[in-house]
Design a protein around this ligand. Structure first.
Ligand SMILES: Cc1ncc(COP(=O)(O)O)c(C=O)c1O
Length: 454
């Protein structure tokens, strides 16, 4: 079997007991095809060892190239599988929560409130009250949110005093990434107005309002967007420089800032032609920029999401049909846009491995899903070269641990996929299996009365 480019993501190829070459997670006894056969597909398989390795890579980079304390808050929107969040908590990560429920889940999993920060948009008064009552830190996204927090406090509607706040700055420069993943600047490149954070010209006013109302703000936050690689470092450096200019101005105006949160965004390599995220360079850029700005932080906060979990997971899916249509070889699998919404939302690149027959002759395929929509395809407008695929083969879709599973849905009543986590020598069931009809329908009340029907 040839040396595939993705092997470094925690895989190895070795012989199974029958002497066949198979794809394994490193140091794990069962190969991916047998995991699929034992667990029924579609099944997401997280590799806990690789998640730990990703956290270690981040920490090594900052231990080596950054001079100061760093907190790593996992962006739970990337994956709310509790077993995964718990594992990250055990590795010392806090949580970046995008909803009160994410904050609550973090607390339930044993992550201390001081290490949970909420950053969200469209934050209602009910959300504010709930977040304050949980004792988690709030990252203010709009002036309105801050005003309403003050109003609620004045009306005695908060159960306790809020923790020191963070304020989210829009640093003017967004990430170099897909349209929908740019979160800074006035508009994205397609003209969509950006809804996040407070623009630099208004930020002083917001800080002053907080001070006037006796609220301590100790953190400045920004996030430029998601899924960028080394090529995005220059945009990040510019955003950081804008952020640090604002930080310095605030210090000079007497605001006692001690912490900077640079958000998330570092992506993972999903194609052979791209490169891995340069964590060392990222740490150096932050260190050098802070020194140039003459700012010494008490704490630097990172909020990686996809970068910690995406390439630590495969989606295993079984081929049920192989058929030529208009001269194109189509492979149909038992998952689709419900199981893996990214194929519809951002048409992301899907790197498949034929884990049943990794050594066959290479052919080109369209890989299609089990939902009745033209866009329900994993290969969109570019066919994939794959070792010859037969009906019954298992395919592994790489880099699936971030976002897609969290966004999955059960359109056409195709149940959501099963999820398992490999921890050391064990495979832990994170769900009860592929969702069945009763589970899908469990949120609806029973249909008991047809009195209005003729
Ligand atoms: C505020 C904030 N922090 C962190 C993240 C995580 O981004 P990523 O998964 O690209 O690291 C996001 C993603 O949307 C975000 O909005």
């Amino acid at each position: 079997m040839k040396g595939y480019w993705w092997l470094y993501k925690g895989f190895e190829i070795r012989q199974n007991e029958a002497g066949q070459s198979k794809v394994f997670f490193k140091n794990y006894s069962a190969d991916l095809e047998s995991i699929a056969r034992d667990n029924l597909t579609p099944v997401y398989v997280y590799n806990g060892d690789h998640i730990k390795e990703k956290v270690a890579i981040v920490r090594r980079a900052f231990d080596t190239y950054y001079d100061g304390d760093v907190a790593v808050n996992f962006a739970m929107k990337a994956s709310h599988v509790p077993h995964v969040v718990r594992l990250l908590g055990q590795e010392g990560c806090g949580v970046d929560a995008a909803s009160p429920n994410e904050a609550r889940l973090g607390l339930r999993l044993g992550i201390h409130a001081e290490r949970v920060m909420f950053t969200g948009t469209s934050v209602s008064n009910a959300d504010i009250k709930e977040l304050v009552s949980m004792g988690v830190r709030i990252n203010i996204d709009s002036f309105s949110q801050l005003r309403r927090l003050v109003d609620l406090a004045e009306r005695g509607e908060l159960s306790c005093s809020p923790l020191p706040l963070s304020i989210r700055l829009n640093p003017d420069v967004g990430a170099i990434t897909g349209q929908d993943f740019i979160t800074a600047g006035a508009r994205n490149t397609q003209g969509v107005p950006i809804k996040f954070g407070i623009e630099p010209e208004k930020i002083l006013e917001v800080f002053e309002y907080a001070r006037k109302n006796d609220l301590l703000v100790d953190t400045l936050h920004f996030h430029i967007g998601s899924g960028w690689l080394g090529i995005g470092i220059e945009a990040f450096r510019q955003a950081l420089s804008n952020g640090l200019r604002v930080y310095r101005r605030l210090l000079e105006s007497g605001f006692p800032l001690t912490r900077l949160d640079v958000g998330g965004g570092p992506g993972v390599r999903m194609e052979e032609k791209s490169e891995s995220f340069p964590w060392d360079e990222y740490a150096k850029v932050i260190d050098v920029s802070l020194k140039e700005a003459n700012i010494k932080l008490e704490l630097l906060i990172l909020e990686p999401g996809g970068g910690l979990v995406s390439d630590a997971c495969v989606l295993l899916t079984t081929v049920n049909t192989v058929e030529k249509k208009y001269g194109i070889e189509h492979v149909f699998v038992d998952s689709g846009m419900g199981t893996f919404p990214s194929i519809r939302l951002d048409h992301r690149w899907c790197e498949f491995v034929n884990v049943s027959h990794p050594n066959g002759d290479i052919k080109e395929y369209a890989v299609d899903g089990n939902v009745c929509e033209t866009g329900d395809t994993f290969t969109y407008n570019k066919l994939r070269p794959l070792p010859e695929v037969r009906e019954g083969d298992v395919l592994a879709l790489l880099d699936t641990g971030g976002y897609s599973l969290a966004q999955s849905f059960n359109y056409c009543l195709r149940g959501r996929a099963h999820v398992v986590l490999r921890e050391g020598d064990y495979l832990v069931n994170c769900t009860r299996g592929v969702e069945n009809l009763d589970e899908v329908m469990s949120r609806f009340t029973p249909v008991t009365s047809y009195t209005n029907l003729i």
